[in-house]
Design a protein around this ligand. Sequence first.
Ligand code: UDX
Length: 432
Amino acid sequence: MKLCMIGTGYVGLVSGVCFADLGNEVICVDKDLNKINFLKKGKVPIYEPGLSELVTKNFRNKRLNFSTDLKKSVKESDIIFICVGTPTKKGGSSADLSQIYNVTKEISSSINKFKIIITKSTVPVTTGDEIEKILSRKNSKKKFSVVSNPEFLREGEAIRDFSFPDRVVIGTNDKKAAKIMKNLYSPLISKGASYLQTSRRAAELIKYASNAFLATKITFINEIANLCEKTGINVEDISIGMGLDKRIGSRFLRAGPAYGGSCFPKDTKAIISTADKFKTNLSVVKSVIKSNENRSKILLDRIYRMLKKKLKNKKITFLGVTFKANTDDMRDSSSLKMIPWLSKKGAIIKYFDPTGHKNEFSKLKNVTNKTSIKDAVQNSDLVILHTEWNEFKSINFKNLVKGKKFIIFDMRNLYSSLKIKQQGFKYYSVGK
Ligand code: UDX
């Protein structure tokens, strides 16, 4: 079976490379010629641990190839994965599906034999129905089958998540397509992944409902953390105590800054928009979005109070600015709210991120990038541990700075309060 991945963004590239590594012949297509040439040289345009090595290995052994020719690639393949972006519509909250439908129209004129067309991008319920309608205009229904197969990859952990998924979800009622899809995923199923076959619409909704639920879990623990701060309780005890209940589970109960990234903010908005279309009120998800939007304000207010309500000329350092560790992705990172606000109030900001300089802050007054932790924290009034990179987890602050001691605000609860205080620093964390 030959596979074609359309879109070499996060989803398409990681899935394509991993499918090739499982022994399939894969062609990854993108309309961006520069990107394709870059990939052919073994260079990877996104930051994802382990990805570049897998690209080089599979490109060299010819299981993986890259092309800008969508039609030719589709004609030569049996299984087509649509992996283009579904961002939030400009000025709205629903998903912009223009890329999905443009690609569908191109596929439509290249169906020369039976093909399975799969949406791997996160798409709203009924998108598969619409794709089927478009393809039917030019092709007999016997020539294709439209399947939903959502991805659940986390940035920074994508290769492991692909190789050892909790579940593989296949949305189709077509027996022939189901058999082929199960066969494609059999190496992962035999390693223990649960395999779930559902209706196409259900598979589409499983993805949104999962992300909305995870966002709810994080937002819930963030609000409980606020209560813990007022009542002298350690939120980590609450997370452990709750997590031991198997019905709840211990993961995604880490309190911290507002959740961000390319999925949770976009998908929570999009599921509400879908529900509105079907006249259903998702009030829980609505309040999650509101609470998460308010999260940065709460943390900024704590910073304001830590600095005795004087922000002008205060030297504030951010360690990590991406939305989470092991990625260079800035999309919807809470630092994008916090740094501009603090800069506007007259604070002098330095930041260090293991993935380097960020254009997002280039135009802001008094915001500079430093290339080492030491340079970043020197002479600071306040150091904020914003992202949970491993290299921030065991800094010896006492040895690092000789002069003035700063306040540490550990937004990810990486340190023991006692140890930091013993080093002579004022220490604040989240939910304690
Ligand atoms: C997410 C989903 O996990 C993945 O299944 C989906 O396909 C894409 O979206 P990702 O955005 O890469 O993945 O990151 P994830 O690890 O889920 O974290 C999202 C946000 O939640 C980050 O801002 C992270 O810092 C925050 N988070 C996560 C917490 O604040 N606490 C937690 O306990 C877990």
